[in-house]
Write a protein that binds this ligand. Structure first.
Ligand SMILES: Cc1cc2nc3c(=O)[nH]c(=O)nc-3n(C[C@H](O)[C@H](O)[C@H](O)COP(=O)(O)OP(=O)(O)OC[C@H]3O[C@@H](n4cnc5c(N)ncnc54)[C@H](O)[C@@H]3O)c2cc1C
Ligand code: SF4
Ligand code: SF4
Length: 464
């Protein structure tokens, strides 16, 4: 009997809750549900007798092939394809935005533009992406649509658990050409599932990836809604994570939740949201063992243009990496027709824009792997090796944030009573971690001139 995902992934706290295992299970034995931390995980609705092992073969956190090996098979032979360890395979890179969708979107609105274009031109029959729901227990879920307006209504970033089990079953049942949006681990799961299932392989014609630094639990949304002043957290009607304000830079976006009385509660990134985000509070443990920054298995990857020349613009700007020749051509044609405001940008600028995430998913990951080895934890094989020597400051940062990450989940549960969060008490109990995280922040600011001098020295060396 082969092990299944419950034995290997869920028990080792390595599940991201993508739902692929449940979607592909031929016996429909797995169902996705929240755990106490507001994260999705599969559980068995009845005992699994067959133990076929398919669920493990499609799980992005099992030791299946890595993104480089899979990327080589999918894209390696495409004409003009290039490869860099940071980005994986790529054809070209772009910067820009869509005039039509920019305001209502997370960054430049190019993801919404592309999805709407694929539908409008009849290139796909269906788009699958997370869509807001009128359900306080499930504020978003992956939905299938053939309607451009629904695609527009689904624009924006969803920092909230969503899972694909039902849409995977639907793709297998209903013939058609599908485009699916996803975070890097979700796209990997879809690629693994497509290797095992012909219908998925034939019907998913485009994968649209988003760069990802980390996911968040449902409790994260409750926490920031509480910070914004929302009282009954079990009756939140809807949330929006990336509101734009003309007087603020793109990076200082606001979160907004609507309560059961229709009142809106708003809080900006710099007013407390960033503290929870940057210090990895409410982040699933699986994200600690992820090395894919740029959704290396997606036909096109979109992200924020976190570069000084663009991030000051409150309206938001996208960076884009293409891997599908079809999508690359579609973008270049539209540039000529001036329907979108995008232009090519060197790939090194794209890498520079995500330097922080690359550090977390490569250098810091190597130390996390070392700690896991030392503590006898079962973790997936990664493309970086376990390393102890990443510098004293970085080691400290990994340890402090990983403690805060774990504690935030437990402390939230203790302070969540009668559908509300006692913010004061939560923050009091988190205070030792808050203090350490603030000290780290101060040290980082102090080290900035040293890092700049190092960078200049390296640039000078390159120029010689
Ligand atoms: C959890 C998460 C972490 C991210 N981390 C980073 C980061 O570190 N650096 C960075 O530059 N960018 C990151 N992004 C991507 C960024 O937030 C934008 O999604 C991206 O720039 C596309 O912007 P846009 O304006 O083109 O998208 P929009 O036009 O707003 O369209 C976004 C599309 O993606 C879909 N979508 C939103 N959330 C999800 C999700 N969770 N899973 C699948 N599909 C989704 C929406 O339904 C919509 O169709 C992250 C996104 C998410 C969801
Ligand atoms: S990560 Fe996805 S495929 Fe793996 S166990 Fe969790 S839900 Fe299933
Ligand atoms: S950080 Fe990695 S594991 Fe976590 S949600 Fe993003 S892609 Fe998935």
């Amino acid at each position: 009997m082969k092990p299944n995902v419950i034995d290997e992934i869920v028990k080792n706290d390595l599940c991201i809750g993508c739902g692929t295992c449940a979607g592909i299970c031929p016996q429909k034995i797995l169902k996705i549900q929240d755990n106490e931390y507001g994260e999705y995980i599969p559980y068995e609705v009845q005992v699994c007798d067959s133990r076929c092992g398919l669920c493990l073969e499609v799980c992005p956190f099992n030791n299946n092939e890595n993104e480089t090996q899979m990327g080589a098979k999918i894209y390696g032979s495409t004409e003009g394809m290039k490869y860099l360890p940071e980005t994986g395979y790529y054809l070209d890179s772009y910067v820009g935005y869509s005039n039509e969708f920019r305001q209502s979107s997370a960054s430049g609105g190019m993801a919404t533009w592309l999805l709407a274009k694929l539908l409008k031109e009849g290139i796909v029959d269906y788009v699958i992406c997370p869509t807001p729901q009128k359900n306080p227990d499930k504020l978003f879920s992956f939905e299938i649509t053939s309607d451009e307006n629904s695609v527009k209504a689904a624009s924006g970033s969803v920092y909230y658990p969503v899972e694909m089990s039902e849409v995977i079953q639907k793709i297998i049942e209903v013939p058609g050409r599908y485009a699916v949006t996803g975070l890097p681990c979700f796209i990997k799961a879809l690629r693994l599932a497509s290797q095992k299932n012909r219908k998925l392989r034939e019907r998913i014609v485009f994968t649209i990836g988003l760069v990802c630094g980390q996911m968040k639990s449902k409790n994260y949304t409750k926490y920031i809604a509480a910070l914004a002043g929302n009282k009954d957290l079990n009756k939140i009607q809807n949330v929006y994570y990336r509101g734009k304000s003309p007087e603020k830079p793109a990076s200082n976006f606001y979160f907004q939740s609507t309560d059961e009385h229709g009142s809106q509660h708003k809080i900006f990134w710099n007013e407390g949201v960033s503290e929870a985000w940057v210090n990895r509070w409410f982040t699933p443990n699986a994200c600690n063992y992820c090395d894919d920054v740029f959704a290396e298995l997606a036909d096109v990857t979109l992200m924020d243009a976190w570069l000084p020349e663009y991030s000051r613009d409150s309206r938001g700007t996208n960076l884009i990496i293409t891997r599908s020749s079809f999508i690359d051509k579609l973008l270049s044609n539209e540039i000529k027709n001036e329907k979108i405001n995008i232009q090519e940008i060197p790939i090194r600028k794209v890498i520079q824009s995500q330097i922080g995430v690359i550090d977390i998913k490569r250098t810091q990951l190597s130390y996390r792997l070392h700690l896991a080895e030392k503590n006898g934890l079962s973790v997936p094989e990664k493309r970086v090796k376990a390393v102890n020597d990443i510098g004293i400051f970085k080691k400290k940062e990994v340890r402090v944030k990983s403690k805060a990450q774990k504690e935030s989940k437990e402390i939230f549960i203790v302070n969540y009573k009668n559908d509300g969060l006692d913010i004061k008490s939560f923050r009091n109990e988190m205070y030792p971690h808050i203090k350490k995280c603030r000290t780290l922040g101060r040290i980082r600011t102090l080290m900035l001139p040293i890092r700049m001098i190092k960078k200049m020295k390296n640039k000078l060396k390159e120029g010689l």
